[in-house]
Ligand binder design. Structure first.
Ligand code: SF4
Length: 71
């Protein structure tokens, strides 16, 4: 799976990086989260989905394989 954080929606709650510290970090400049590597390894997909469900703003977006192939 591929993910990214929508910077227009993220409010910097930090929950994602607490739930999945291997996947999310916070930017120094504005405290918004970003995906450390948007290409999530299979063993971390569960953590990625938990983070997506934990985000109060629903700012973590999963990119479908279909969209990637068309890009
Ligand atoms: S939990 Fe959601 S809103 Fe909060 S920092 Fe993470 S992505 Fe941004």
């Amino acid at each position: 799976m591929n993910i990214y954080v929508d910077q227009d929606i993220c409010q910097g709650h930090t929950i994602c990086s607490m739930v999945a510290p291997d996947l999310f970090a916070l930017r120094d400049e504005d405290g918004h989260a970003y995906a450390i590597d948007g290409d999530v390894p299979a063993e971390l997909e569960g953590a990625a989905r938990e983070a997506m469900l934990s985000c109060p703003e629903r700012a973590i977006v999963e990119v479908s394989e279909h969209a990637i192939q068309e890009a």
